[in-house]
Design a protein around this ligand. Structure first.
Ligand code: PLP
Length: 401
């Protein structure tokens, strides 16, 4: 029997928030340069270096040994123990046993961030977000039905800085969650210890959860004595309403592996295990075996990587500072130069023109916040620093036309 139902397009039956999600503006620029081998590509947030071989070998060995089954929700015990030991090396005020009781292995940093949003954000909840920021963090809160209050950073001398009074005014007892990412993608903004303490104190008063995205913790170029940027983990009490997100992507050259972890209050660890079950059930075992090896070789991988990235940063920023007509500052952390080409206010158009007219692939600032309109993001994680200089030459030649 045929029903005479008037069928509207299925799209209208999705949750409006899903239908309304913005596509990635970075992808839009990248699509403009697809199939063009002459474009120097600095638009995505990843290094062009392959994962170190011992890490890849460990994953291969795991597969060959037949480790093809489901595993624990919270992660392999061996991996959780390595993460806990690593966390204790970076944040030694607590021992590995303490961190073990707070560690959740996730399928990429982005999955960890989504789990945190699922755990905390109810439809209609107010979510304050310090911007500019990697767009996924905003969209995840939106997917959960959160209502976003942006807290824009301010530009001072080409660098982006936090207006603490603005943050304190924006985060009220009605604010369920404060989302921040420092060291920051895209601006390189990095929180000081004092700023972290002020934010923590304020959020304790308002009863607001803090979601601190610290995936760039190791990519820190401030105090060379320090192995990592200041972390909320250094100052928070275990039961503060704090979730810290981490990733193997940036510090271990493992973007394609999709592995990360969360540090959560001890009392919510088991609850997070339930959420993992209903999202991914577990991270793939062979991927986790690779990560165990990465952490065991951390001293051979990460410090050299960070030293190289510092060199990349200085090479690129020194060159950009020589170009008349740019606004740019040296970032304290992360792997991006964030800058303005004076006189250009539409960053999507500018980024697309640079691809087609200059052969230079950058990400548009408007992908990260309205106030970053007119800015461009340049990922400087390249094994070949001469490619960075070649890119600056192309930019300068294009600007002179
Ligand atoms: C700020 C920030 N957080 C999290 C991630 C997620 O990394 P992944 O999902 O690869 O672990 C990224 C990746 O670009 C990022 O820039």
């Amino acid at each position: 029997m045929h029903h005479d139902l008037h069928l509207a397009p299925a799209l209208h039956h999705l949750r409006p928030v899903v239908a309304g999600l913005e596509g990635s503006l970075i992808r839009e620029v990248a699509n403009a340069g697809m199939g063009r081998s002459d474009v120097l590509k600095f638009w995505f947030g990843e290094s062009d270096a392959v994962t170190p071989e011992p890490v890849r070998q460990a994953a291969v060995a795991s597969l060959l040994a037949g480790e093809t089954f489901y595993a624990h929700n919270l992660g392999l015990p061996e991996l959780r123990a390595e993460i806990a030991a690593y966390t204790a090396r970076l944040h030694p005020h607590q021992g590995a046993d303490h961190w073990l009781g707070r560690t959740v292995v996730t399928s990429g940093g982005v999955n960890g961030l989504m789990l945190a949003a699922q755990a905390v954000v109810e439809a209609g909840d107010e979510v304050a977000v310090v911007t500019p920021i990697w767009p996924n963090l905003v969209q995840q809160a939106r997917i959960m039905g959160g209502v976003i209050t942006p807290v824009p950073l301010q530009v001072q001398g080409g660098a982006w800085v936090l207006d603490m009074a603005a943050l304190q005014a924006a985060v009220t007892p009605a604010t369920r969650l404060l989302v921040l990412n420092a060291p920051n993608n895209p601006t390189g903004w990095t929180l000081s210890r004092d700023e972290q303490q002020a934010i923590l104190n304020h959020c304790r008063q308002t009863g607001t959860w803090i979601l601190a995205d610290e995936v760039y913790e190791r990519l820190y170029y401030g105090d060379s004595e320090r192995q990592a940027a200041p972390s909320f983990l250094d100052i928070a009490e275990p039961e503060d309403r704090l979730v810290v997100a981490h990733s193997f992507s940036k510090s271990f050259l493992m973007t394609g592996w999709r592995l990360g972890w969360l540090v959560v209050p001890p009392s919510v660890l088991e609850q997070m295990g339930k959420l993992v079950e209903f999202n991914t059930s577990c991270a793939p075992v062979f991927v986790q075996r690779g990560a165990v090896e990465a952490l065991r070789h951390e001293a051979a991988i990460t410090p050299a990587l960070v030293a190289h990235l510092r060199h990349c940063r200085d090479t690129l920023i020194d060159a950009l500072l020589q170009v008349p007509g740019l606004t740019v500052a040296r970032p304290l952390g992360g792997m991006y130069a964030f800058f303005r080409v004076n006189g250009h206010s539409d960053s999507l158009t500018l980024a697309k023109r640079l691809v087609t007219e200059a052969g230079l692939g950058l990400a548009p600032g408007s992908a990260f916040a309205p106030e970053a309109e007119g800015w461009l993001r340049w990922c400087f994680a390249s094994q070949h620093t001469e490619r960075l200089l070649q890119g600056v030459d192309r930019l300068q030649a294009w600007m002179r036309r």
